[in-house]
Design a protein around this ligand. Structure first.
Ligand code: 6GU
Length: 243
């Protein structure tokens, strides 16, 4: 998968050189390229923003540097029509289903806005050459798209075959089946007066699976009751109905 990120703070994206995503880049599984928006400006001050028409607080990102940057990215990877993700608190909310969907794309481009956002004409113009997706991490406001891109690239990247060493670990994790993950424990079996639940030491795999499934439902009901109504009936296992 090819990933391009355009930002006025390319250093922010240096974290994508670390850990599993960094390893995947070294291995050639992910082709991640970071671009400095200011390198697509032509004035002496490398201006990327200006005051908003209609007035109001803050600044708006000028359309032309974005058009130049996106044209360069497009020209460099002409084979497939890329998806342009525009991180914004005004976007559709990113979730695991969207991560899976995006993981199936060949080329993702992220346009990191700052200030009050990007001139809407640049976003509309980009629709000629990109599938444009305004995407939000959730209902709160960040100063710019960079942190959101770190989160999205990690969530999408780890679903690409070869990024996570053991694909089994993708199966039993939070949101894999619409429920939160069960609690986990490691040695020692007794620690500071607290014991690991006995069933986990029993060696009875059917009982352990049943206990974990119940804990998933309990935890989801307690922390994220909003998720319970959306649990896919197909993801409900026979064991759940029996329990
Ligand atoms: Cl994707 N961008 C910004 N700037 N703020 C956000 C966000 C994204 N998601 C939640 N808040």
């Amino acid at each position: 998968m090819r990933i391009d990120v355009v930002s006025i703070f390319p250093e922010y994206l240096a974290a994508l050189e670390l850990s599993l995503i960094g390893k995947a880049r070294q291995d050639g599984v992910l082709d991640v390229r970071i671009h400095d928006l200011r390198s697509f400006t032509t004035d002496r001050h490398r201006t990327v923003d200006d005051t908003p028409y209609g007035g109001g607080a803050g600044m708006v990102m000028k359309p032309e540097p974005w058009a130049q940057a996106l044209e360069a990215v497009r020209a460099d990877a002409p084979a497939t029509r890329p998806t342009l993700i525009v991180p914004s608190p005004a976007g559709a909310v990113f979730d695991q289903a969207m991560a899976h969907e995006l993981a199936g794309h060949d080329h993702l481009v992220f346009a990191c806005g700052r200030y009050e956002g990007i001139d809407e004409r640049a976003v509309d113009w980009a629709r000629d050459e990109f599938d444009v997706r305004p995407v939000s991490l959730g209902d709160y406001v960040l100063n710019g798209g960079e942190v959101a891109v770190l989160a999205m690239v990690e969530a999408v990247g780890r679903l690409i075959p070869g990024v996570v060493g053991n694909p089994e670990s993708l199966v039993e994790e939070s949101h894999a089946d619409g429920l939160l993950e069960y609690p986990v424990y490691t040695k020692p079996s007794s620690w500071r007066g607290r014991d690991v639940p006995e069933v986990l030491l029993s060696g009875n795999h059917a009982k352990i699976a049943q206990w974990r499934r119940l804990e998933q439902f309990k935890r989801t009901a307690d922390r994220r009751p909003d998720l319970l109504g959306r649990v896919d009936a197909g993801a409900l296992r026979k064991a759940d109905l029996a329990a």
